[in-house]
Design a protein around this ligand. Structure first.
Ligand SMILES: *Cc1c(COP(=O)(O)O)cnc(C)c1O
Length: 407
């Protein structure tokens, strides 16, 4: 088969027993790095300076990411969610503002906006890429709109060239939720560097996950980086301790994690490459099956964080795969505006827009593509620890189901 790993050799996937199942997340993710993790714990835990947060190791980790990307600044912080909040705050988003976000995606896309006092305005997604549709986003812009915040979704980057043009034309800030897209490049520009700022998440399940919580803000703009740095540590400038220039938060980064991520960074490209090869194998063998839509193929603007199909009989396919020992995941069973937490925000915008237009509230355009994707999406295991045999098992199980049910 075509997915043979060029790193790790035949040992890939021979970690602790997982029964006979193909796990969605690798149970042995840090298997090969365990000794390093214990050494770093000991080294930092017994270090003379007893420095556990925002020390030299965090700085070196930030510098390594910055140099790799060609960014002006990279600021490590406590999570991807916190990174979103830091960016929005640094860009001056607050009460009275609206931010256009995708209707399909993770909760922080809406919650981070609401926590600044602004209102998220949900735009529908493109049915093929499942990322915010630029045309739909454009239609939701009002005089209160301050920023656009598209998110890269599953394995596909949002249409950043069009969002860049739209933000420039409308005089809006552009926040790129690149939490899942570290390592992806679109038209020569890395994910994270398209807008005013982007971010990565290092929570365990992301492509550059670590054993804990963390994230980073990435930006081409030094001034934005400077503001985020201050906000991350209670509004201090990093030079004068005890002087608070702005109202900040605690979103600091851990030295042990920084040292561990520095150790893991050189292997990132090979792990991403392995994911991409597995994804290419799925696309090659699953495209064209009845009732199944595979993600748009290719390598430009792709990040194989998750491999997500759209299946007409999603729940039956999921049950079949589970019976075959393949673990799958449904990331977003409901759209954001359909979630209890965010429905009031969605309703307030619909009502406001409709009142402005003199139309009844029910006349809102809705989110048909996001809702369809919520019903049909199913994510397959694509992590770098899968063996070729496991990839084949997943492929065959999907094929068997699709071909049997459509006979
Ligand atoms: C994971 C994720 C986040 C949040 O990152 P955390 O580190 O889990 O807080 C934000 N946006 C997207 C698109 C994500 O997938």
């Amino acid at each position: 088969m075509t997915t043979t790993s060029t790193h790790g050799g035949p040992a890939v996937g021979d970690g602790p027993a997982t029964g006979d199942r193909v796990p969605f997340f690798p149970p042995d993710l840090f298997h090969e790095d365990r000794d390093t993790l214990l050494r770093l714990l000991h080294e930092i835990g017994t270090g003379a300076d007893q420095k556990f947060i925002l020390g030299d190791r965090t700085r070196r980790f930030e510098d390594a990411l910055r140099d790799r990307l060609g960014a002006a600044d990279v600021v490590a912080c406590s999570s991807g969610t916190s990174a979103l909040h830091l960016i929005l705050t640094a860009l001056g988003v607050g009460p009275g503002d609206e931010v256009v976000v995708p209707a399909l995606g993770c909760a922080p896309l809406a919650a981070a906006v609401l926590h600044t006092g602004a209102v998220p305005v949900f735009g529908d997604v493109d049915p093929r890429t499942l990322t915010l549709d630029p045309e739909d986003a454009r239609a939701r812009i009002t005089p209160r709109t301050k920023a656009l915040m598209p998110a890269h979704m599953f394995s596909v980057m949002a249409d950043m060239p069009r969002f860049t043009a739209l933000a420039a034309a409308e005089g809006l800030r552009l926040v790129e939720d690149s939490a899942v897209a570290q390592g992806a490049v679109l038209d020569g520009t890395p994910a994270g560097l398209w807008g005013d700022a982007g971010l990565y998440s290092f929570v365990q399940v992301k492509s550059f996950g670590m054993p804990g919580e963390g994230g980073a803000v990435v930006t081409r703009d030094e001034e934005t980086g400077h503001r985020v740095r201050m906000l991350r540590n209670h509004g201090q400038d990093g030079v004068h301790r005890g002087l608070h220039h702005v109202i900040g938060v605690n979103s600091r980064f851990d030295e042990i994690q920084a040292a561990f991520q520095l150790h893991r960074l050189p292997g990132l490209d090979a792990r991403l490459e392995r994911r991409a090869r597995i994804a290419a194998h799925y696309t090659e063998h699953l495209t064209g099956l009845p009732g199944v839509t595979t993600p748009p193929p290719g390598t430009d603007g792709r990040c194989y964080y998750v491999y997500t199909l759209l299946a007409d009989d999603r729940d039956a396919l999921r049950d079949h795969l589970s019976a075959e020992g393949v673990d799958t995941h449904v990331y977003y069973p409901k759209t954001l505006p359909d979630q209890a937490a965010f429905a009031p925000a969605a309703a307030s915008v619909e009502t406001g827009a409709s009142v402005a237009a003199g139309a009844p509230a029910a006349a809102g355009p809705g989110w048909p593509h996001a809702r369809d994707a919520a019903r049909r999406q199913l994510s397959l295991p694509v992590h770098h620890r899968l063996t070729d045999a496991q990839v084949e098992r997943v492929t065959e199980a999907v094929r068997a189901h699709a071909l049997r049910t459509r006979r």
